[in-house]
Design a protein around this ligand. Structure first.
Ligand code: NI
Length: 265
């Protein structure tokens, strides 16, 4: 595992840009050559023991992260936790896992077959969380998963990587609000995820979020290449708690809609 938090995120960022070319352009558009702080990244997995949320979390705990919140997404059959670093400038990490036992027999069979290809030497290696899919998956398996769970299909195809990076809008020097960021993105021609409205959340819940729709990129399936939705870019504006500290949690109702940013448009 990594012992250097910056090295870990540099690798995650470079891997993410390879399949999310829009993020590089948007980063330039919003940063105006100033540093951009990331609010959080998100990682997806299955809840089978070999690759579950705890297995992913261990890589972040090893570089100084601590668990700070738990979430449940009933309809999407997901659990999630978020982790924070003692240095608040480091991104929060949101890890979710699909509750495989609650899914159909056919989904369980495919996911079990994929995860059986992964052993502990793979999941404990430094690069596991940015190693992509550690299994072989076919287009037929992908299509079966996609009919039942977009989340399962995406995770099977793309594996371990940042599903999204998130700009911490509060720290941008040339934008004051998420609305201004969204307007700039729309004027530049980017499609935003409209599920649940362009902005998820509100000042009342101390967090507003928006996101692009995922780029598309080619996955090498075991039976050939196919272009599918890859990763997206998210934007978060946070508000202060009564004690004057910035709210650092997540709002489940908003995250539920953000997951849909990888739906085929
Ligand atoms: Ni997010």
């Amino acid at each position: 595992m990594h012992n250097d938090v910056n090295g870990l995120f540099d690798n995650l960022w470079q891997q993410y840009l390879q399949v999310t070319p829009s993020a590089k352009k948007i980063h330039q558009l919003l940063s105006q050559d100033q540093a951009v702080l990331n609010d959080h990244i998100a990682i997806r997995t299955f809840d089978l023991a070999a690759v579950n949320l705890d297995v992913l979390a261990a890589h972040f705990i090893a570089v100084g992260y601590e668990e700070k919140g738990q979430y449940n997404f009933e309809a999407k059959k997901l659990n999630a936790k978020h982790f924070e670093h003692s240095d608040p400038r480091q991104p929060k990490v949101f890890i979710s896992e699909l509750k495989v036992a609650e899914c159909s027999e056919s989904l369980q069979q495919i996911v079990t077959e994929l995860v059986a290809q992964v052993d502990e030497s793979v999941t404990s290696a430094a690069g596991f969380v940015y190693g992509g899919a550690p299994w072989q998956v076919s287009q037929a398996q992908y299509q079966v998963l996609l009919q039942e769970s977009e989340y399962a299909a995406w995770t099977a195809a793309w594996g371990y990587r940042a599903n999204h990076f998130t700009v911490h809008v509060n720290t941008l020097t040339t934008f004051d609000t998420l609305e201004q960021v969204n307007d700039t993105l729309k004027q530049a021609g980017y499609a935003l995820n409209m599920a649940g409205g362009e902005i998820k959340g509100s000042e009342e819940v101390l967090l507003k979020q928006s996101s692009t729709m995922a780029d598309k990129a080619i996955v090498s399936f075991s039976d050939g290449d196919l272009e599918i939705p890859s990763c997206f870019y998210e934007f978060a504006q946070r508000y202060n708690l009564a004690n004057g500290q910035e709210y650092t949690g997540f709002v489940a109702a908003s995250a539920d809609k953000i997951f849909e940013s990888t739906n085929a448009a």
